[in-house]
Design a protein around this ligand. Structure first.
Ligand code: GLU
Length: 488
């Protein structure tokens, strides 16, 4: 059997991280088994559709490296892959169910339903549809449907017995039929609900393994009743535990939790996000992989196995993601770093003609996340206000007086450099220290403070001076001298 899996998002907004993880596992499972991965857009709940969301899903899937073999924008033999474009597919199956008694049309109005719901609530009962329209003789029901009266089609769930299914992760799952509601299968607008469309499309698209979130565990017994009524073999079900923000709530767009897009635009690296997400609720076989934490997409495909999926909800730990991100950034080649960092450098340094390769060398292993880069290098664009106390440093053996002396010595020496390279700046400053019987730190520390305004910087005095260039370096040293003099 060729494995066919699908990721079936509803276009209700951005691709959230729980969705991304479902898509990833589904992709990994298909690829691991030499199967086919399909994208299907489930847009039958038109009221919840957010404009632009479909395109965002395509884009995010590509950015994530989750390339689907079949889907709305890539085609395939089982299309269309957008449910509203299949709208005529569903009613004939619903009518087949009406014919066999597994479904029935319902003409109850919203108001009638509301009234009976309120009455049930007042009696302290949990409301579920009371099968009111099941009593309408079939002939009459068909006549009313044809006359144009608004109707929905409901599943006729048996009132006794149990409905069940086998889940690859959760095992045997069952529900007493008398607790199950007669779900709407076809809505008044003629479109199917998710409850119906997922069954029809999974079957028609030849889906062998349905992978989705555990929020569908409780409805799946009902879906199995539909498979039975239609005489179809159900797929293998693999329900996946949710990704939680903390112990009490799921990650959700509603609470502003970041989407995949958000993480990318905050400067997280794609491969770090994928690696991190893959390990949220799944772990590779310890015997084979030990403590290995870093996986490329190909390695994930190789390692992916359903036995590693956890039943427990996974908690999204931003610290851990940040750690992964830092590791990925530190491990990438310098030129790749520079390419990714350039737009972030430009945010504060555009037009300054700074040596980005040197800057990349300084920033490479210090970058946890690209969005923090502009703040870290802002001192290169503009000297920040600083307190002269930072000139005093015990280990460097500096105080305000020594610092002033250092800057007074450094100014003409630096001014005399023709070719203002890092090596030349270094040679000159070291030479100054030696000639004046000062420690290197007694020159380097004050110079670095004067030209950066910071006690902690990426790179030392010589690299920063080189990056700033001669004029700006001298200007900042003069300012430092003024500050120290006016204090003294
Ligand atoms: N459209 C459903 C959702 O976005 C997908 C459920 C499924 O994969 O069957 O939650």
């Amino acid at each position: 059997m060729t494995v066919r899996t699908r990721f079936a998002p509803s276009p209700t907004g951005y691709l959230h991280l729980g969705g991304l993880r479902s898509a990833l596992y589904t992709y990994l499972f298909a690829k691991k088994n030499g199967g086919t991965f399909i994208l299907r857009i489930e847009d039958t709940d038109q009221e919840r559709e957010v404009p632009g969301a479909v395109e965002l899903i395509y884009k995010s899937m590509r950015q994530a490296g989750l390339f689907y073999d079949e889907g709305p924008d890539v085609g395939g033999e089982y299309g269309p892959y957008i449910q509203t474009q299949r709208r005529d597919t569903y009613l004939p199956y619903a009518m087949q169910l009406v014919e066999s008694g597994a479904a029935y049309p319902c003409f109850c109005t919203k108001e009638e339903l509301q009234q009976r719901r309120d009455e049930a609530t007042a009696r302290g009962e949990q409301w579920k549809y009371d099968k009111h329209c099941l009593n309408i003789p079939k002939e009459e029901a068909l006549r009313r449907m044809q006359s144009g009266e608004p109707f929905v089609i409901r599943q006729n769930v048996p009132t006794t017995g149990v409905a069940s299914f086998e889940d690859a992760i959760y095992g045997h799952v069952e529900a007493p039929c008398d607790t199950l509601d007669d779900n709407v299968l076809i809505k008044q607008d003629g479109l199917p609900t998710y409850n119906f469309a997922n069954v029809i499309d999974d079957h028609l698209m030849g889906i062998t393994h349905v992978m989705r979130g555990t929020e569908y565990l409780s409805s799946t017994p009902k879906y199995n009743l539909l498979y039975e009524a239609l005489g179809w073999t159900p797929p293998v079900y693999i329900h996946m535990s949710p990704v939680m923000k903390d112990s009490s709530r799921k990650l959700s767009k509603r609470y502003g939790d970041p989407s995949f897009e958000d993480l990318l635009s905050q400067g997280y690296v794609r491969d770090a996000i994928i690696n991190f997400i893959a390990l949220l609720g799944w772990c590779p076989d310890v015997k084979k992989y030990g403590e290995k934490e870093f996986f490329t997409m190909d390695e994930l495909i190789e390692a992916f196995d359903l036995s590693g999926l956890s039943k427990c909800p996974a908690i999204f730990n931003t610290e851990k993601l940040l750690w992964f991100n830092h590791e990925y950034i530190s491990r990438m080649p310098l030129d790749e770093y520079q390419k990714m960092a350039t737009p972030w450098f430009d945010k504060v340094l555009a037009g300054k003609n700074m040596d980005y390769t040197m800057l990349s060398t300084l920033m490479h292993t210090r970058t946890e996340i690209f969005s923090k880069v502009p703040e870290m290098i802002a001192f290169l664009a503009e000297l920040p206000e600083y307190d002269i106390d930072i000139y005093t440093h015990k280990k460097m053996k500096t105080d305000a007086a020594i610092s002033l002396k250092a800057l007074e010595l450094a100014l003409p020496a630096l001014e005399a450099i023709e070719d203002f390279t890092e090596e030349n700046v270094k040679a000159v400053l070291m030479d100054l220290a030696a000639k004046n019987e000062m420690k290197n730190g007694q020159i380097m520390w004050p110079v670095r403070i004067a030209i950066s305004g910071l006690a902690s910087t990426p790179g030392g005095a010589t690299e920063i001076a080189y990056l700033l260039g001669k004029d700006e370096t001298l200007r900042r040293i003069r300012l430092g001298m003024d500050k120290l003099q006016s204090n003294g």
